[in-house]
Design a protein around this ligand. Structure first.
Ligand code: NAD
Length: 340
């Protein structure tokens, strides 16, 4: 049976890929995208997806109770999937306030309207960063769903706050929630402030590639389409009130990623420039996703080499998308979309 799905943050990296995934996998579903088009949102990313009349887009802020109420009332979605967030750790260190507003207050506004109109499932897209970090010399340690929350940055603290609120809405108001905590994603349409697209866009232009500290910080990388599948699977098969870890079983240090990009693009390692480390920089993240596998049958399908090849090729083929971000032209397209 077809579903009506409200996707917030759908003009960003993972949200847009989730919309493409739904359109391919469940073409009968109706999708409503809500995004306020901050600097990280790009309406041009959704141009093709919006040609389908099963997708409606609203430029609106998830903190705006009146707008969220009106949209949810109008469509009565079966599911709400909340991707909308301030997502860049460095920005959260410079200005934590907006992270608290969007990531915590915005999530609570959405859950209030989800309770009011009785949605079937509210899915909160969270992150492995809520668990803090792991030592580099203990490869046996992985984050499970029972690992205590132990955040390092205002970003991860705001995401942990939203997770706790979601659990509280489940217990207090009976809201059917699920939470996914995923490791680092990579793939098409990622804003070039994040490691992989930043390094690709700089390497293409023969610019210096800034690498934090010693470059040995380790992340577990997952191709974005695999994350989208995990969320879709949780929506349809996940148990209400449950948290699911999602990861790639693919740990790589930042410097290895940068070297791989340079090698693929046939650029010299002399472009690498080590810069002062990020404050409070987490050393290592690693995810145990056996619950996702055991309960839902999900496993990552895209190998890292294959995923990176596709990703680098995508940025080469879509250099105009990157250029319109670096010269600010995409902001003009965003500003043409009126606020709801
Ligand atoms: P992103 O920054 O690319 O996209 C965020 C989107 O949210 C943008 O389109 C932005 O315009 C929108 N937005 C921001 N504030 C809003 C508001 N107040 N109202 C409405 N829309 C708003 O982020 P992303 O990388 O796609 O991440 C999406 C979600 O996934 C986030 O919640 C993030 O915490 C989580 N996550 C990301 C990763 C990753 O590797 N990128 C990994 C795990 C979890």
């Amino acid at each position: 049976m077809s579903k009506t799905i409200l996707v917030t943050g759908g003009a960003g990296f993972i949200g847009s890929n989730f919309i493409f995934y739904l359109q391919e996998k469940h073409p009968e579903d109706r999708i409503i995208c809500v995004d306020s088009l901050t600097y990280a949102g790009n309406i041009e990313t959704l141009k093709k997806a919006m040609e389908k009349d099963t997708l409606d887009f609203f430029r609106a802020d998830i903190c705006n109770r009146r707008s969220m109420d009106a949209i949810v009332k109008m469509y009565s979605p079966d599911y709400i999937v909340n991707f909308a967030a301030e997502s860049h750790v460095d920005k959260s260190i410079l200005n934590p306030q907006i992270f608290l507003e969007t990531n915590i207050v915005g999530t609570s506004v959405l859950m209030d309207v989800a309770v009011k109109y009785g949605v079937e499932k509210f899915h909160q897209v969270s992150t492995d960063e809520v668990y803090g970090d792991l030592p580099l010399d203990r490869p046996d340690l992985l984050f499970t769903e029972d690992t205590p929350l132990h955040t390092s940055s205002p970003y991860s603290s705001s995401k942990a706050g939203a997770d706790l609120l979601a659990m509280a809405y489940h217990r207090t108001y009976g809201l059917p929630i699920t939470i996914s905590r995923c490791s680092n994603n990579y793939g098409p349409y990622q804003f070039p402030e994040k490691l992989i697209p930043l390094m690709i866009s700089k390497a293409i232009r023969d610019e210096r590639l800034p690498v934090y500290g010693d470059g040995l910080n380790v992340r577990d990388w997952l191709y974005v389409k695999d994350h989208c599948k995990a969320i879709d699977d949780i929506l349809r098969c996940g148990r209400s009130g449950e948290i699911y870890n999602v990861g790639g079983r693919n740990e790589r240090s930042n410097i290895d990623i940068v070297r791989l990009i340079l090698e693929y693009l046939d650029k010299p390692e002399s472009l690498i420039e080590f810069v002062a480390d990020r404050k409070g920089h987490d050393r290592r993240y690693a995810i145990d996703f056996s619950k996702m596998h055991g309960e839902i049958g999900w496993v990552p399908e895209t190998g890292f080499k294959e995923g990176m090849k596709k990703t680098i090729q995508w940025y080469l083929d879509n250099d105009v998308w990157l250029q319109r971000i670096s010269n600010g032209a995409y902001l003009r397209s965003n500003s043409e979309v009126p606020f709801k």
